[in-house]
Structure formats: C-alpha cells, structure tokens
Design a protein around this ligand. Structure first.
Ligand code: CMP
Ligand code: MG
Length: 397
C-alpha cells in the first residue's frame, strides 16, 4: 500500500471525470486545480503544503469534479477512502447531511460555471442515501422533541440507592434521568443522553437534574431513620465547558439550601479526554467547595493511570461488567481486587456498580469495598417511590 506519491512539474494527478480513489494532502510543492470549459480551462485553485484536495469524489462517490496537476515537483500524502469515510460515518448525522448538501451545491455551481453560463440546467446531483436522510431526520426530530420534553416536564429524575456494604444502610443516591415520551413511553437514556450531548441541550438538562436532586435529597433525608449523606449527579463534558458552570452550581446549592459536601459529581473517563485542563480546574473548584467527585464506569474508558492520579477525584465507581463477571470468573475477581487496591492506594472511596446477588456483595465486602449499587438493593425508582422505600428500609447484607 502506497501512502505517498511523487509528481514531476506538469504531471496530471487526476483528470476531471475520473473515478476517485483517494484524497491528497500536499506535503511538498504545489498543485493546480482546474476545470474544463467549453473552450478551454478554468483555473480554480492552487494547493500548497498542508492543504487538502480531491476529497469530494471520496465523500460523495461521484467522478472527480475537476483536474489536478503539479505546478512543480511535488510530493502528495494520500488519504484513503476508508480513512475519510470512517470519520464521516462516525460523525453526527445532521453534520453529515450538511456536508453532502454543501458538496451538491458546489458541484452544481461548478457545472454551471464551466458549461454555457446562460443555462440554468442543474449540474450532477449527489443524492443522499435514504438511510442517511432518515437518520438525519430522526436526529433532528429527536433533538426537537427533547427540547419540548425539557420545557413541558416529560423528563423525570429517578433514584438508585448507594448502599454501605458494611451495614446495608442507604449511604446516598445516584440521580438518573428518564424521559417519559407521550407516544414512545420511557425512552432509554442511551438514546437521549448522547443526542442531548450532540445538540448541547445536555447543559440545561443537567442543571435541571442537579437542582431537582438537591431538593429530593433533603426530602429523603427527612424520611430515613439513618439519613443518607450524599447525592450523585452525572455530568458530561459539555457541562464543564459552559462558562457559567460554577455560578449555576452555586446558585442551585444556595437556592435549595444544600450543603456542598452532600454533592457528588459523577464523570466518565472519556469526558476528560476532550479538554482535560478545563475539566480539571472546574472539578477542583467543586472539590474546594466541599463537593466530591466520582469517576463513573471505571475500567471501560481508556484513560491512563497517571491520568487517574492527576484528577481531583475521590471516588471510583467500578463498572458493572466487572462485578457481574466476578462470581464465576477468577480473572475478573483479580481485576476487581486490583482496582480496589489501586483506589485504596490513591485514598479513594469505592462504589461497586451492578450488584445483583449476595455472592457479589460478600466478595466485595471481603475486599473492603465501601459502597454498592445494584438490583440486589433497589432498581432506580421515581422520587415518591424511593421516599416510601426509604421509610421502611431494611438493611441488606
Ligand atoms: P474531487 O472532486 O475529488 O477532485 C477534484 C478536486 O478539486 C475536488 O475534489 C476538490 O478538492 C477540488 N475542487 C473542486 N472545486 C473546487 C473549487 N471551486 N475550488 C477549489 N477546489 C476545488
Ligand atoms: Mg453514573
């Protein structure tokens, strides 16, 4: 497989109408892009080192829209169809639609420009596939409905207790968002949270959830024999990027009369990949206020251990996949034991997620894990039901 091609001054890289097999980035030299017109040639652009060309035919699977030739001896780096398409397919469906539509307009303009200027005949059309159109449409609809859901109270906050493994009492809760869609019923979070993150609505949703959770914690504390001490709320990278994040947190704490020490921010490892510096400083500011920070789904992301050490986090939540596998599988058990050792070495509290049976709970208690969460104790419940369960809670050990 070639990655680089060399051309002499005057060589044609590809000709208008050719099928496209790859795009190019100029590494050395310069390239002229030109199109055929009725009488001759129309020079369109000059590409110099670092610049890309030949991407259109790869993206929309149409013939080359123009020709390219080397203006001097040049070296070109190739970008394969797979390299480009992998990225385009992995991106937001609405963005993908925009790219295709803009490409269509460009091809059309080029066609009108190079054919008889007076004609209004449309140029070659690049049609979106039916799947791509439907996917974009579904994404647009979902995002609009989600906005509506937030405005008219279709979002609900459910709670799952986090239990002390030592004595089976409820130590705190994790607040979990649910969307009760008027026609579709309960929409799973795996569907609507990523959509909310893509369109930025997640920021308003998290703010709503945080305030609601603070209020409900007070309510839970009032009904329990042994008042739970903390409320965990999930945050996304977008939340930390919003410039007034800390003001919003402070506002909600003050208005709901919540002690910051009762608040735990749950974040995932992947969230921190995007802008670690901002995230780190915002999290530190939360810690400075007395709040705690938990790393969620630990073990499923791809952060390095040095990264973990540099984070202002004090709690580690071990992902349920490890906990579930642990009873049957000795290697999963050693893995959990290592994670526990790691967390203890860093002086972090540990929450085991997804505990379904007493066997898991017993193993984890032997490992001196602090907290557990899972169906063994309770499924996530709406606030009213959670309050009722809490009033008559019998410790499960
Ligand atoms: P592609 O159609 O694969 O091959 C020809 C390339 O020329 C095209 O991708 C673009 O990279 C480039 N190109 C086409 N039209 C223009 C234009 N109007 N201005 C600059 N570059 C162009
Ligand atoms: Mg969580």
């Amino acid at each position: 497989m070639e990655f680089r091609r060399t051309f002499r001054a005057g060589d044609v890289v590809f000709a208008q109408g050719d099928p496209g097999d790859c795009a190019y980035v100029v590494e050395r030299g310069s390239i002229e892009i030109f199109a055929r017109t009725g009488g001759g040639e129309l020079s369109l652009a000059r590409r110099v080192p670092g610049e890309l060309f030949g991407e259109m035919a790869i993206i929309d699977d149409q013939p080359r829209s123009a020709s390219a030739r080397a203006l001097e001896d040049s070296v070109l780096l190739m970008i394969t169809r797979e390299q480009l398409n992998q990225r385009i397919e992995g991106t937001d469906p609405i963005l993908r639609m925009c790219i295709q539509v803009v490409l269509g307009h460009l091809r059309d303009t080029l066609h009108r420009l190079t054919h008889d200027g007076a004609t209004l005949e449309a140029g070659p059309q690049c049609e979106l596939t039916r799947e791509a159109r439907e996917e974009a449409l579904a994404a647009i609809r979902l995002e609009q409905e989600l906005q509506g859901a937030l405005d008219c109270g279709q979002l609900e906050l459910w709670y799952q207790p986090v239990v002390s493994l030592r004595d089976g009492t409820v130590a705190g809760f994790e607040a979990l968002m649910r969307w009760r869609h008027p026609e579709r019923g309960l929409v799973p979070p795996v569907v609507f949270i990523p959509a909310a993150e893509r369109c930025g609505l997640i920021v308003s949703m998290t703010r709503w959830a945080f305030r609601q959770a603070c209020n409900d914690l007070r309510r839970f504390q009032a009904v329990a024999d042994r008042p739970p001490t903390f409320m965990s709320v999930n945050f996304s990278g977008k939340d930390f990027m919003s410039p007034d994040f800390l003001e919003a947190i402070d506002g909600a704490l003050a208005e709901t009369g919540t002690d910051p020490r009762a608040v735990k921010l749950e974040i995932t490892e992947t969230l921190l990949m995007h802008s670690p510096e901002t995230a780190r400083s915002v999290l530190q500011a939360c810690r400075d206020r007395g709040a705690s920070v938990a790393i969620d789904d630990f073990g499923t992301g791809y952060s390095s251990l040095s990264y973990l050490q540099s984070l202002p986090a004090d709690t580690l939540k071990i992902d349920q996949s490890f906990i579930r596998a642990m009873v049957e599988d000795a290697s999963s058990r050693s893995l959990v034991r290592s994670i526990v050792g790691l967390a203890k070495g860093l002086d972090m509290k540990i929450v085991a997620e997804g505990i379904e049976g007493r066997a898991e709970a017993a193993i984890l208690r032997d490992l001196d894990v602090d907290y557990g969460q899972g169906y063994l104790y309770a499924r996530p419940l709406p606030a009213d039901e959670m309050a009722r369960r809490l009033a008559t809670w019998t410790p499960i050990v």
